[in-house]
Design a protein around this ligand. Structure first.
Ligand code: WTA
Length: 678
């Protein structure tokens, strides 16, 4: 695929970065003079106190950096207060509910009510002033409820206005939010709430996603049923009529405690630039998820700046990011980035395939979305449903299409470009991570031609390098290696919550002097990057990030399993799906039909079919349905090195049908297992 695309004249004529020279100049300045570059951008924000220095890179190698040291601010003042005078009546959020009109009606006071005839989606619009008022109201309430600066609040809540306002209210009063994706299980909530010693949990009685009702409160109850002693109160948003158990003294309905008396301004808590803003747990290559910590000043500047330049956001844009707030994409590009940019954005509660695969295009038409940002896994799903869905709608408001989460293959890229964008909207593939806070590599379509499948070139301030197998920098223009970043940028994570050494250990120790992304990449002669995906043991399943070790640990904790190895298999829609090899224990020690496991078959029938289902469900219960393996294959042994390490490389080849060429197997201590596996 050598085709290149340059944005059309109309796009170029109005773009912030409208020529290659401009990109090069700004990029060079961002590296040569980071203080000047970021200092100038930061001047556009409201600070209670200016910084003593822009960047104090005390010791990047140790994972110690500070941006805007000495400065003080509140991010919500920058999201809301600063727009009140000039843009108070401008639409900030257009929220659309999952289902029919009635479900969304009258859900937020002060907002324009649900619109449209019966059967249409409920839509609630909030101006900047209304969002300000809602956030102040919830901020006043939270303070009164006993929430203090520095307290940790877990969110396990749906994509509804109350959730967004409560998140912003946390930031308003200096509380630290920790959002847990609704696809995780009670056990996972417990782990995260315990790890960050949360004092409060915000949830809803139920969530609505397509035809499904998600029992959110029930999962929270399970999480708190043992342990989690730090949690004092649970705030329950009433999303549906469903009755749920409320624990006396602990659980409170939000609508019963947030009264009119909380209306009015809410004094923002003045935060130091390096005070924590939020924690977000993400999967790594080993064991338990890590609490990635982001701080107020640098994150704010970076989230806003990446959105502005990468998506060329202008005052009259309508931006729709389809992510969930349970992921970093939702934090940076639903909650904070759009408000910081003063733009109008869409928040959607449901799923893009409900009631049918035309939902996104219908919403684009109705809300006149101009910038649409989604994930390759969804693009592939929608592509499969055929062109009639997008062709049946007026998509002429669109001017830029974004992608995130995994490499986007050229075929869906071209479909997105041609069928959705009608050949007029550049596709901007954004490469980044929970840890980076915002985009790190993405193309500027008005500056240089974009290539389907390539994430383009580094964003301002990002210095990516490729390392070869020996850990040496590849300095020729073309190369293929480990993707590392050589210096800090404002939005980078500041640490792993509760573990001072872990940041250095996980990201800086294998190749000192660099931040390790964990991804592999190729750089072509134009300097464009092609991300090949994780080289560590992290999977991306439908854009959700999962550690193989996390899933293996759960499998092994099942009474029937003694050993497990998890690998990713390429999947046409999900990008990758989970394939687990398990070795069963002595059948007599376990109940159930596990005895069949030792037979070493991979079949899905008879007794072994039952244990396979049981193990799949077990993983879903322990981590969440996002982690459910597609295949459980019972085997009698796993390929190992002499030192006992599982050779996942071999398993990967086997599941990809590449058994003919297993590569170098001289390190394999038990070659006899190959016969069964292959
Ligand atoms: C992968 C999501 C290729 C990558 C924002 C990274 C991508 C991991 C892309 C981070 C992309 C994300 N092209 N790969 N455009 N975007 N990734 O933390 O492997 O959930 O390391 O952040 O997703 O996932 P995370």
């Amino acid at each position: 695929m050598n085709k290149k695309f340059l944005a059309g004249e109309k796009f170029v004529s109005q773009a912030y970065i409208d020529s290659e020279e401009k990109y090069k100049k700004m990029y060079a300045e961002s590296l040569d003079n980071p203080d000047g570059f970021w200092g100038k951008i930061a001047e556009e924000f409201v600070w209670s106190k200016k910084w003593d220095s822009v960047l104090s890179e005390e010791d990047f190698v140790e994972g110690k950096v500070k941006w805007f040291s000495g400065a003080e601010l509140n991010i919500t003042v920058n999201c809301l207060d600063r727009y009140l005078e000039e843009k108070g009546d401008k639409m900030a959020y257009i929220w659309e509910g999952n289902g029919s009109g009635a479900e969304g009606a009258g859900r937020a006071e002060g907002a324009e009510g649900a619109e449209g005839a019966e059967g249409q989606e409920a839509v609630i619009r909030f101006t900047y002033k209304q969002v300000y008022e809602e956030v102040c109201k919830y901020g006043n309430f939270l303070r009164d409820f006993g929430v203090k600066k520095g307290d940790k609040i877990c969110f396990y809540a749906p994509m509804i206005p109350e959730t967004i306002f409560l998140l912003l209210a946390c930031a308003r009063i200096g509380a630290i939010h920790n959002v847990i994706f609704g696809g995780y299980s009670g056990k996972s909530i417990q782990e995260r709430a315990e790890d960050c010693s949360a004092r409060f949990v915000v949830t809803a009685n139920e969530g609505l996603r397509g035809k499904k009702k998600i029992p959110l409160k029930e999962a929270v109850d399970e999480a708190l049923s043992e342990g989690c002693n730090s949690v004092e109160k649970v705030l329950v948003i009433r999303r549906t009529d469903a009755e749920v158990k409320m624990k006396e003294g602990r659980d409170v309905w939000l609508d019963e405690v947030v009264k009119d008396e909380y209306a009015g301004d809410c004094e923002p808590e003045i935060m130091k630039a390096e005070d924590p803003l939020f924690i977000l747990y993400t999967s790594g290559s080993t064991g338990k998820p890590k609490g990635v910590l982001h701080t107020c000043g640098g994150y704010m500047v970076y989230a806003a700046t990446t959105l502005k330049y990468a998506f060329d956001v202008k005052d009259d844009d309508v931006f729709w990011c389809t992510a969930d707030i349970g992921w970093i994409t939702g934090h940076s590009y639903i909650v904070y980035g759009p408000l910081l940019s003063g733009t109008t954005s869409v928040i959607f509660e449901g799923v893009l395939t409900y009631p049918d695969a035309g939902r996104s295009w219908d919403m684009v038409e109705r809300h006149k979305v101009s910038i649409f940002y989604t994930a390759p896994t969804l693009i592939r799903v929608l592509q499969k449903e055929g062109d009639d869905f997008p062709n049946g709608k007026d998509l002429s408001s669109l001017r830029l299409l974004g992608s995130v989460g995994e490499p986007i293959n050229p075929d869906p890229w071209l479909w997105y470009y041609n069928v959705v964008g009608k050949g007029e909207c550049p596709v901007v593939d954004t490469y980044w991570q929970t840890e980076t806070g915002g985009f790190v590599i993405m193309p500027f379509p008005a500056a240089y031609p974009i290539k389907p499948g390539s994430a383009g070139r580094p964003f301002f301030g990002i210095e990516p390098v490729l390392l070869d197998n020996e850990g040496k920098e590849i300095n020729e223009s073309e190369g293929n290696g480990r993707l590392m970043i050589k210096r800090s940028w404002p939005g980078m994570m500041r640490g792993v919550y509760g573990n001072a050494n872990k940041f250095k250990e996980k990201y800086f120790s294998r190749f000192p002097g660099y931040y390790e992304t964990g991804d592999g990449a190729r750089r072509d002669k134009d300097g464009d990057f092609w991300i090949s995906g994780r080289i560590d043991d992290v999977l991306s399943v439908a854009g959700h990030r999962l550690g193989t070790a996390e899933i293996e640990n759960v499998l092994v904790s099942h009474e029937t399993v003694v050993e497990a190895a998890v690998v990713g298999v390429p999947d046409e829609i999900k990008g990758e799906s989970i394939y687990a090899f398990v070795v069963m224990g002595n059948p007599s020690t376990s109940s159930g039909p596990s005895g069949s496991g030792t037979s070493g078959t991979s079949g899905g029938s008879g007794k072994s079919g039952t244990i396979e289902k049981e193990l799949k469900d077990y993983v879903a219960e322990e981590i969440g349905h996002v982690a459910k393996p597609s295949v459980i294959r019972v085997v009698s042994g796993l390929p190992k090195t002499r030192s006992g390490k599982i050779m996942r490389r071999i398993l990967k080849k086997i599941v990809r049908g590449e058994s003919e060429d297993l590569g170098d197997i001289s390190a394999l201590a038990n070659p006899e297992v190959l016969e069964e596996l292959v």
